[in-house]
Design a binder for this molecule. Structure first.
Ligand code: GUN
Length: 296
């Protein structure tokens, strides 16, 4: 039997509608319009495309947004000064510095400079720490999107075994921490595996929910997946495709055609996790604007 396909675009659209409504309410009741600032350094085409899509998402949600594009050669000091300016700007509730940064700019230093209450990526050490200890905080968008896909697809996580492939700070580690917490859409038993684990099948075959986030095209094959498992594909990999106009095609970390007949649920690429990331970014910006997360 073929897997049920999780339609990330439809779920993301529903969330964006809800965010728009909540944002309009925030504006009419408290006079606040959520505002998001983007900082993009250099000319990386993927980063440019992501920032453009996120900016469009803001526009559709009725948010105020600004995008600052900086030359590849900009100094770390200039980036830090720009962050400071946004930290102090009352129209701005979220600051997103698109990663990766050029090698002469220290990513950790830049992330730490963002006011953690405006850290809509959830990458600041205060937010990372609060996520780990289970306190309310801004949390990373892709992990939140994965959790929301599971909730809205009716996939139970409590007491089930989630195996995460990949240990990045953007996806692997935070999604493991998120699904491990007590509460709705969580309470899972979580295993994180990575490149040093050797034969991954020993672990992945035990997964009720398998999250592939290691950035290797079509790495997860049918032989690695338990019958009926939910397979969440976070990968966005460019592979050459002479039949495509652009000469390339985007595929995930999962061999979709091979895994589909075996899985219970599966997310396609594109149209799975990707659209959710932007929807959750808008949700985070709305939360930051409402200012209710850090009461303690
Ligand atoms: N680069 C790749 N993913 C992300 C993300 O979620 N946030 C930021 N700021 N940069 C990224």
């Amino acid at each position: 039997m073929a897997a049920s396909i999780i339609d990330g675009r439809a779920i993301a659209d529903a969330i964006r509608g809800e965010v728009r409504q909540a944002s309009d309410r925030l504006t009419s009741t408290r006079g606040i319009t959520p505002g998001l600032a983007f900082i993009l350094v250099g000319e990386n085409p993927a980063s440019q495309a992501y920032v453009r899509m996120k900016g469009k998402g803001c526009e559709e949600a009725g948010f105020y947004s600004v995008t600052e594009r900086l030359h590849e050669s900009v100094s770390e000091g200039e980036v830090l000064r720009m962050i400071d300016r946004f930290n102090l700007d009352p129209r701005i509730h979220g600051i997103l510095v698109q990663l990766p940064l050029p090698p002469h700019i220290r990513e950790a230093r830049v992330i730490r400079a963002i006011d953690f209450k405006k850290d809509v990526d959830g990458f600041h050490p205060v937010n990372v720490g609060r996520l780990v200890i289970g306190r309310p905080c801004l949390r990373p968008c892709t992990p939140l999107g994965i959790q929301e896909l599971l909730i809205r697809s009716g996939i139970e996580t409590a007491g089930r075994h989630v195996v995460v492939i990949g240990r990045s700070n953007i996806v692997g580690k935070p999604v493991a921490n998120l699904l491990l917490q007590k509460g709705k859409g969580a309470n899972a038993v979580v295993t994180v595996v990575h490149s040093a684990a050797g034969d991954l099948s020993r672990f992945t075959l035990q997964a009720d929910i398998l999250i592939a986030a290691m950035g290797r095209a079509r790495f997860v094959t049918a032989g690695m997946v338990k019958e009926g498992a939910a397979v969440i594909d976070v990968g966005i990999n460019r592979i050459s495709d002479p039949t495509a106009k652009s000469g390339y095609r985007i595929v995930g970390d999962v061999d979709y055609d091979g895994v589909c007949p075996k899985a219970g649920h599966i997310t396609p690429v594109p149209g799975g996790v990707g659209p959710m990331t932007i929807a959750m970014l808008l949700g985070n910006t709305l939360s930051a604007a409402a200012g209710t997360l850090y009461d303690d």
